[in-house]
Write a protein that binds this ligand. Structure first.
Ligand code: GRG
Ligand code: 1GP
Ligand code: MG
Length: 252
């Protein structure tokens, strides 16, 4: 089911209803088999995940990316690309997180990849969601490859300053990324500090493995919570996290 041009409205509508969203991150390179993806995606959808994020830093081939999008096609929720580089672009998706890694020391990840990707994305008619990508603490593969000057887990003022800058530049989303597989998640205190000074829509991910952590992150004010690794390592926990997030209500 195609949702091109309707993804932003879809996200805003859920937030206006007063609840955060959950995005399931699917890495086409990490799937042991595509049969697994059919089964896992059905479980994630039935548990209530609000969208599929598709992407990764390493090892993404066009064929795997598009096979993955073909399998996800029939679910009536958005399929959103999460690119580590210009290779993660396909017209089979609905939208793309148009990310700039604001805390990178490498201009390529701040504006270079975006310039290379923009004309291709224009042809695909993908909906673009302007997103400040901020890598915190552990950083993982994305932090290493993206040459991020990591924001310390406990430096809430620094994270808030980046988010203010992103908002003043007109970005709609800020993605606080602890790094895939991070032993520590983004701290709820960082989320609440940012929510006090900004209306930007906050995406939070990296290392979320338990219902308890997910609840604290949602209650602190995250608008969108992303889980990736747990889908492959423990689908039961992944679905429990989704159900828990969907019970949370945003308190203004
Ligand atoms: C807008 C376009 C076309 C490209 C932007 C490219 C930028 C700025 C990338 C930022 C740096 C980077 C490497 C981001 C990766 C984001 C991502 C998809 C993370 C999830 O993947 P991981 O789990 O880190 O990757 P692996 O599982 O492949 O190791
Ligand atoms: O795989 P996990 O640790 O859930 O991280 C998800 C995401 O934030 C990575 O970009
Ligand atoms: Mg990964």
């Amino acid at each position: 089911m195609k949702m091109k041009g309707r993804v932003r409205n879809y996200i805003n509508k859920v937030l206006e209803e007063g609840r955060p969203l959950h995005f399931s991150l699917i890495d086409p390179d990490k799937l042991s088999s595509l049969k697994d993806l059919s089964m896992l995606s059905k479980q994630l959808y039935e548990a209530g995940t609000d969208a599929f994020l598709i992407g990764g830093t390493l090892g993404i081939s066009k064929i795997e990316l598009e096979t993955c999008l073909d399998i996800l096609e029939d679910f009536p929720i958005p399929k959103i690309l999460f690119p580590g580089n210009v290779n993660v672009v396909s017209e089979k998706a609905d939208a793309i997180l148009f990310i700039s890694l604001l805390n990178s020391d490498d201009i390529y990840y701040v504006i270079g990849a975006q310039v290379l990707g923009a004309p291709i994305i224009k042809k695909t008619r993908l909906e673009t969601l302007p997103t400040a990508y901020l890598i915190v603490g552990y950083g993982g593969t994305a932090g290493h490859i993206g040459r991020a000057r990591l924001i310390p887990f406990d430096n809430y003022d620094l994270a808030a300053a980046y988010v203010m800058a992103a908002e003043f530049m007109g970005m709609e989303f800020a993605y606080l990324e602890a790094g895939s597989g991070s032993p520590e998640t983004i701290r709820p205190e960082m989320i609440s500090a940012i929510k006090k000074i900004s209306n930007i829509k906050l995406i939070v991910g990296g290392g979320i493995k338990t219902e308890d952590k997910a609840t604290k992150i949602a209650e602190a004010g995250a608008d969108i919570i992303v889980t990736g690794n747990i889908i492959e390592s423990n689908i039961e926990n992944a679905t429990k996290i989704i159900r828990q997030i969907k019970k949370t209500r945003i308190i203004e």
